[in-house]
Ligand binder design. Structure first.
Ligand SMILES: [Zn+2]
Length: 671
């Protein structure tokens, strides 16, 4: 075989270890305002979520009384009355944060007017308290246990969580609209919290559910970057208080003087510096980890970075489903032990979202493509599966196998997942690109335009692609004057040689031409650094970079320590994990599709895998086809042609059995 030099370079130097925050090569994420998405895969979905899902969720929250709770407090009529769970205030704020991200990229006066109406009601409720305190549940049901203190329990009351969500929503709504009413309400509450809690003699109170750590840090960053804003928020503000309280909440984990011990469930069993593995409630753990990484990087606490390293490496190499889902155990919505990944596990949508936030923080911290690989894994699979194709029904759990009765829900008693989903998907345009002093990183392959400033040079990059269905990606670089700049394009994980001890790997090493890159039609010289192809050259306006990524179907094997997946195989193509749904498999042994289980199905470890773009199926998906066999009781196995669909598209045709991991035929099981 003729081996071009640049191909050899990919082969030799593309091995990349796991991301490590203490070996940083930092990135700065592109501002949401600088990115426009035009993409055949993402744009229709984003339009649906923006126009249908947001409205659907707001209607359902209103119906549940989540907004009425604020009116009751405003009017002093709340005693003993509260609609929904204690964290409903927080979920309303989360909806505002999610909607804000979409308002940045797609202004929508009608949606904005609706949210302004909500914010008026929220601010009026907060105005009733002389200190600006607001948690409708605690005021109604636990009036003597504010913050969960004095014998209350913030683990249930969610005072600090709700406040954190309010601050976050205030920051994001301000960034989207320039309006400060919700931000001012959040700042007043945040200042009150800084008065009450912190190192002795203040109260030792920590969030029963992490999120305030990151949102207070975001508030600090906003006010530090825009000091003029402080005048609009009531003048003499000291933003460093918010940073210090965020740090306190991290440092006070494991120190239980004067309060309840929230245990590993809330990452509170020992100080975080002593926590060797990522533990407890998966959403709380990954949100806390996101804050630890962000403050470790930009909040003056580099001592946090080894913690971020340990937790991220444990999560990515031992505790992540193939789909990017985390939190295998339903019992306490928690991470189980290493390699505990039962296929009927929990994998809450919120956890896939929050781990993507953690991945994004690690990517910005390390500049290592391995973090972007994990972000992409969650984005296209375990998070994307959380909302139906119609945009109005949802999943809380995203297991990798389903019995025939499993179906999506229209709404839930704890509807936390839809707002978290919207937060991720509205933030996603800001994850595609990042910059450093030397150039531009392309982290995700999404049709889009980014305007960036590298040094003194204005650069516009326009990406077009058929990803994830096709691996052809074009990037047009526009600069007014010839400019020297590094363009770094992520080489996806399945195009690089597998890392030792990887949790998942293809059953064969990638082909030499799994990833190719050309500039203006000529194979380009590039080096490989931390999983990125680095093209360092003087760019002329109109230069075109063509990338080809192998998205042909591949067979995936799990690390042998994952007991549940031993002797099984999964299918993937590009970033998409695939699954078998009973509807698509015909009826080889006379079972009705509803009764089919995939425990008796076997896949062969060789033989061709085909693909086909099916415009008629599930809104247009590319399926994987091949040969499988199924036994029925003692009968001999009968072979049939299987059709696998992307995991994210599961459960859109009513209740169906489904499996990602399928046993391998014993006669050709890999040794
Ligand atoms: Zn959730």
């Amino acid at each position: 075989m003729k081996l071009a030099g640049w191909m050899a370079m990919v082969l030799i130097s593309s091995a990349v270890g796991f991301a490590r925050a203490d070996a940083p090569a930092r990135q700065r994420p592109a501002a949401l305002t600088s990115v426009t998405i035009q993409d055949a895969f993402w744009s229709p979905k984003r339009d649906l979520w923006r126009q249908t899902t947001i409205t659907d969720c707001l209607n359902k929250f209103e119906k549940d009384g989540a907004l009425t709770n604020f009116d009751l407090v405003r009017d002093g009529k709340e005693a003993g009355i509260h609609h929904g769970a204690p964290w409903f205030d927080g979920l309303v704020y989360e909806m505002i944060t999610g909607a804000s991200g979409f308002l940045v990229t797609n202004p929508d006066p009608q949606l904005e007017a609706r949210l302004d109406g909500y914010i008026d009601r929220i601010a009026a409720a907060a105005a009733r308290d002389p200190d600006g305190y607001l948690n409708t549940y605690t005021t109604a049901k636990e009036p003597t246990h504010r913050w969960g203190a004095n014998g209350g329990n913030d683990l249930f009351q969610h005072d600090l969580y709700n406040a954190g969500c309010m601050v976050e929503a205030g920051v994001h709504y301000y960034r989207a609209t320039g309006k400060t009413k919700l931000l001012a309400t959040g700042v007043r509450m945040a200042n009150y919290m800084c008065d009450v809690m912190g190192p002795a003699p203040k109260k030792n109170l920590i969030p029963g559910h992490a999120i305030s750590e990151l949102s207070f840090f975001e508030l600090y960053q906003l006010l530090a970057a825009e000091p003029a804003l402080k005048a609009k928020l009531g003048g003499d503000l000291d933003e460093t208080r918010f940073l210090k309280l965020a740090q306190f909440w991290i440092d006070a984990r494991g120190h239980h003087e004067g309060r309840k011990d929230f245990n590993a469930y809330d990452q509170d069993h020992v100080p975080v510096a002593e926590q060797q593995t990522i533990e407890g409630h998966a959403v709380r753990a990954t949100l806390l980890a996101s804050a630890i990484t962000a403050i470790g990087r930009d909040g003056g606490r580099p001592d946090y970075l080894p913690i971020a390293d340990r937790w991220w490496t444990d999560m990515a190499t031992k505790r992540t489903y193939l789909t990017g889902g985390v939190g295998a155990s339903a019992e306490a919505e928690n991470f189980g032990p290493d390699y505990f990944l039962p296929n009927d596990g929990y994998a809450e949508t919120c956890a896939a979202v929050a781990r993507a936030f953690f991945d994004q923080q690690m990517l910005q911290c390390t500049g290592n493509a391995a973090a972007a690989d994990e972000l992409e894994r969650a984005l296209y699979n375990g998070a994307l599966s959380g909302v139906s194709a119609a945009g109005t029904s949802y999943f809380y759990e995203n297991p990798l196998k389903a019995d025939p009765k499993r179906n999506r829900w229209d709404w839930h008693g704890c509807p936390c997942c839809p707002p978290m989903f919207l937060k991720l998907m509205s933030a996603m345009p800001g994850y595609i690109y990042s910059t450093d002093d030397h150039g531009l990183f392309v982290n995700l392959f999404v049709g889009s335009t980014v305007k960036a400033k590298i040094g003194q040079t204005d650069v516009t990059l326009t990406q077009t692609s058929g990803y994830p269905w096709s691996g052809d990606v074009m990037m047009k670089v526009d600069v007014k004057q010839p400019a020297t700049m590094r363009l770094r394009v992520r080489i996806p994980e399945w195009c690089r040689p597998a890392v030792a001890d990887a949790l998942y790997r293809s059953d064969r090493e990638p082909a030499l031409d799994a990833f190719t890159l050309a500039v203006n039609g000529q194979a380009a010289n590039y080096t490989v650094e931390r999983g990125y192809a680095v093209v360092d050259r003087t760019w002329q306006g109109g230069d075109v970079v063509s990338v080809k990524i192998d998205v042909s179907p591949r067979r995936i094997l799990a690390h042998p320590m994952v007991a549940e997946d031993r002797g099984k195989m999964a299918l993937a193509a590009g970033p998409l994990v695939y699954c078998l749904e009973s509807t698509d498999q015909g009826n080889p042994v006379g079972q009705s599709p509803a009764a089919q289980s995939f425990d008796q199905t076997t896949l062969s470890t060789d033989g061709p895998l085909g693909t086909e773009m099916r415009a008629d199926l599930l809104g247009g998906v590319r399926v994987i086809t091949g040969q499988a066999a199924r036994k029925d009781g003692d009968n001999a196995a009968k072979s049939f042609n299987f059709t696998a669909i992307p995991f994210f598209a599961t459960a859109n045709r009513g209740p169906r059995s489904m499996a990602v991991w399928v046993p391998v035929a014993t006669e050709n099981r890999p040794g």
